[in-house]
Design a protein around this ligand. Sequence first.
Ligand SMILES: Nc1nc2c(ncn2[C@@H]2O[C@H](COP(=O)(O)OP(=O)(O)OP(=O)(O)O)[C@@H](O)[C@H]2O)c(=O)[nH]1
Ligand SMILES: [Mg+2]
Length: 701
Amino acid sequence: MREYRATDIRNVAVVGHGGCGKTTLVDALAYVSGSSKRHGSVRDGTALTDYTPEEIDRGYSINLGCAYAEWMDTKINLIDTPGYLDFQGDAIAGLAAADGALVVVSATGGVEVGTEKMFRQALNREDPVLFVVSLMDKETADFDRIYAQIKDRLTSKVVPVEIPIGAGSQFRGVINLFTKKAYVYKAGTKAGEYEETDIPPDEKETFDRYYQELIEAISATDDGLLERYLDGAEIGRDEAIHGMKEAMKRRELFPLFCVSSELTYGIPALLTEIVQLMPSAFEMEELHALHGAVGDKPVEIHAADERSIAALVFKTHSEPHVGDVSFFRILQGAIANGAEVFNATRDGVEKIGHLSVAQGRERTEVPMLHAGDIGCVAKLRNTHTNDTLSTRDHPVRLSQIAFPEQLVTFAVHAAARHDEEKLQQGLHRLHDEDPTFETHYVAETHETVISGLGERHLEVSMSKLKRKYGVTAELTRPKIAYRETITAKAEGQGRHKKQTGGRGQFGDCWVRFKPTPRGGGYQFVDDIVGGSIPSKYIPAVDRGIQEAAARGVLAGFPMVDYTAELFDGSYHSVDSNEMSFKMAGIQAFKGVATKCRPVLLEPLDAVEVLTPDEYLGDVMGDLSSRRGHIVGTEAVGSGLGTMVKAVVPQGELHLYATDLQSMTHGRGTYSRRFHGYEQMPPDAAQRIVESAVRQEEEVEV
Ligand SMILES: Nc1nc2c(ncn2[C@@H]2O[C@H](COP(=O)(O)OP(=O)(O)OP(=O)(O)O)[C@@H](O)[C@H]2O)c(=O)[nH]1
Ligand SMILES: [Mg+2]
């Protein structure tokens, strides 16, 4: 492969709703350009960027995939991203690595939740966006309807640059409004062969209408053009393309194209338009003035070869026998094969052995990659997603990709007991590869939990765990860390006496328990006067109380927020020892705590739900049925809906993400933070106590 410099590189993330045809499109673009030798298909499991066993089995993308198409002396780096929101971490990473987005909209499905989310992500990044209507050969394909939907639901600034000739089984090609030519594709050929013709007479009227619209839209974004347009001057092709490109950079226009990736109709035209309209890696640098940081000092980053290296690792893919492959975007400087780089994020040196570019699964070694390009390298020692590679002389840290927060949590156990250690290792490896997958041990419930963006995300993660690390895991509903506390004062005795053969055991204490405010924890007060218990045994009483308190008195949960005052007792000069007083403390706890009207405390989360207004009633009703307490609602504006703030018991929130999705047709989002503990209502508490008792009985049986 020849070497490409920033001005000859386009970095494009292909995003959109699940199943809209992104992977098929990327495959077609790489194939038609000649850069990929085979026309793959998602259905056969041969698509260029869906190559992991998990993706092939399921027929959808899970990981972002890198490919490229060399076209018109330009290298188009294509990042195929997953459409399902469970895997949106990789879509966000893909956008971060690119300079522009190609938002794919299915000609049958139209604008869906994923389309909207990804379009907004791209806008937030200030990326230029090019829309592509895909699946034009499908029976119910309707270009005009999709165009109207985009205009209505996403942006009024969308304008077609290409219009289809026919649709469904009659889809034959496209008319390009810039060139004013028709491109009629040859049926049965698979590499985008076409015939360039004049506009067919039947299409003339449609062409005129769309052409008028395009030229008006472009002129409206530029005063000079507008003046000439209003004077009746002809706006030339190059002028129109230039005007469109500049307007795209300012996000004042979004061009619309149409293709059938499966038939490769419209693919060559799209390649050309990506080269012509998408800003080069060099141009984008002016827009995305990315700042790195040496310590706290901001530095400017430019896509120039002669400057020192700054590259962001946006994806780590790990496979058994291959190790970790790190994908990076070079934002500044050039990287030579074999170079030594510095990971400022982790303060370590790495050697770039086998510098490569990826075409799907295949990696080709290259001698050098220039500023603005995307590459990959295997087997770095300690480099992870979101790290910056630079040099020791000019260490920089680029701003990191903001991955979405976890929404769904399960407890995880190894199916085979002896796999427990392997499970832990595997889970941590999964996290290294996927920042949206988290795992940690919860001491209070004695469980390892995993969290991710949805049930599908965790299910796929467990398949990876099995395939890559050989561990079968079982997921269960995570235990809730209930606690117990007391609501009344009481006092009583704890007495331990045993006479066995020789020396006996004797400890005797009197304690008083009092509730303290929420969050007060546990306090021990020594009120012994006159040496009724020798001071050396007093800590043993405290330990005994704490040991017993860890298992509570109602349902086995730790007792918190109370004071224990030790105010009297007695001892025996021969038989007393620390163990006896600890036992006395345990007895005292059990006797007294039960008299203090113990109750269950439950953990609550502060939840913020953002929902379109049409589902607001359902969302609020549902939160109430989860015993949630609505704190307030707030209109978010710009048509994004309403933010509902509520405090909801954790025990009622399991799989809330899934329920919210179905309630709002995927459009609602939420976040949660631990809020605190509160006393549980008696009927709910009763159910927890009963199930704890049942479990206890099962264990005994
Ligand atoms: N008829 C027809 N089918 C297509 C076309 N493009 C894609 N498909 C089919 O549509 C389905 C989804 O295509 P994908 O390319 O996997 O869609 P995707 O957007 O990558 O899906 P996710 O990765 O799940 O987001 C597959 O069965 C494809 O074979 C097309 O141009 N014509
Ligand atoms: Mg895909």
